[in-house]
Design a protein around this ligand. Structure first.
Ligand code: ACO
Length: 333
């Protein structure tokens, strides 16, 4: 049975850099508070007041990955698109990306698993590749958070955390012994669905969105920050250990772990929970904020360059996010 190799990664973030200091102009916060609680110094947001498609960010990231791999868009046999911030309720952005890439007929599936979206998407793509359904799959995580957060003091706990961006991974079947995705591990616990969620617009309401929902802030994401924090620091090490155990490996075997970039303090607790050295964990949330489904591919792309990940190295991915959902994957590079 073939395995899934990550052939190339591409990333894209908008040019606009929003510093913590800039946020202090619209809400009561401070650079010191944000850095101390989250580690974030700045994030990239699309230009204010300008329409930018989520799938345009994804297209930019995909084109960079294609150039690195030496592939053409027509080489892609299927698209897996992870996002919590799609441009429309339907159809999913996978279809819009299909059109932008000019590959009509190529299937596109959208994954709605928030911060765990990239790993859930990897599990889907990996299953397709293993059973021989497709040999070359594009997996992309892309988010535009900046148009969906309350940048007044009311929304400051959420607004300071999130950034816009996209990361794309080109996946290909490999028969090389030992290489590729070793396993993926997925979990969810919907009892916590409303502890990190965006209530409206929603199809259960008549109408789906109302002026009251907008003025009362029900259209903005809400988060029980401390609850999210406590679950994230437990579940991420646990699910990473699950992956290692399944493959008869231990934390010492890892070249590097790419934790979903939720919050620097969460990553530090994950590191402690897995008893990893500093050089075994890669973080870049300081410059991008939390880009949700895009955070792992953006960090992985940088880690490949900065940490010199080479053929044969063991790379761990783990995530936790809204749902609650959590997931891990092990990749032999
Ligand atoms: N600037 C200044 N003060 C703030 C801000 C802000 N941006 N946000 C909240 N505060 C205030 C609160 O109002 C509160 O004030 P009070 O004491 O007068 O009531 C005070 O700071 C402390 O608030 P807490 O919520 O207790 O602060 P905490 O230390 O828990 O930090 C944070 C909040 C950063 C959200 C933290 O809970 C956290 O990191 N949680 C994890 C959430 C996360 O990572 N989410 C990412 C999305 S999900 C994911 O990717 C896993």
């Amino acid at each position: 049975m073939p395995r899934t190799a990550i052939v190339a990664l591409g990333t894209y973030v908008p040019d606009r850099v929003v510093t913590n200091e800039e946020l202090t102009r619209s809400m009561e916060t401070s650079d010191a508070w944000i850095q101390e609680r989250t580690g974030i110094r700045e994030r990239h947001w699309i230009p204010a007041g300008v329409e930018v498609d989520n799938s345009t960010l994804a297209l930019e990231a995909t084109n960079r990955a294609l150039a690195k791999a030496g592939w053409q868009a027509k080489d892609i046999e299927a698209i897996v698109y992870a996002s919590l911030s799609p441009d429309h309720m339907f159809p999913g952005d996978g279809c819009f990306l299909n059109a932008k890439l000019g590959i009509p007929g190529v299937p596109a599936i959208d994954i709605r698993n928030q911060c765990s979206g990239f790993i859930y998407g990897l599990a889907v793509a990996d299953a397709w590749i293993r059973i021989g359904m497709y040999r070359r799959v594009l997996l992309v995580g892309s988010e535009i958070h900046s148009t969906g957060i309350d940048v007044s003091t009311r929304g400051r706990d959420v607004a300071v955390i999130f950034g816009d961006g996209a990361g794309a991974a080109l996946l290909e079947a490999t028969d090389e012994p030992g290489r590729g995705v070793l396993s993926c591990h997925l979990h969810a616990d919907g009892r916590f669905a409303e502890d990190l969620y965006c209530e409206a617009p929603g199809s259960k309401y008549h109408p789906r969105v109302s002026a009251e929902m907008i003025t009362s802030g029900r259209v903005w994401p809400r988060m029980e920050g401390q609850k999210v924090f406590k679950h994230a620091i437990t579940k991420m090490p646990e699910v990473m250990r699950e992956a290692l155990g399944k493959n008869g490996l231990s934390p010492g075997d890892l070249k590097v772990v790419i934790p979903h970039q939720a919050n620097l303090r969460i990553s530090q607790m994950v590191q402690r929970g897995l008893e990893l050295r500093d050089d075994q964990v890669f973080n870049n949330i300081q410059r991008y904020g939390n880009t949700t489904a895009a955070s792992i591919p953006i960090a992985l792309a940088e880690a490949v360059e900065e940490r010199g990940i080479r053929r044969g190295d063991l790379v761990g991915l783990c995530a936790f996010g809204a749902g609650f959902t959590w997931a891990s994957a092990l990749v032999r590079w």
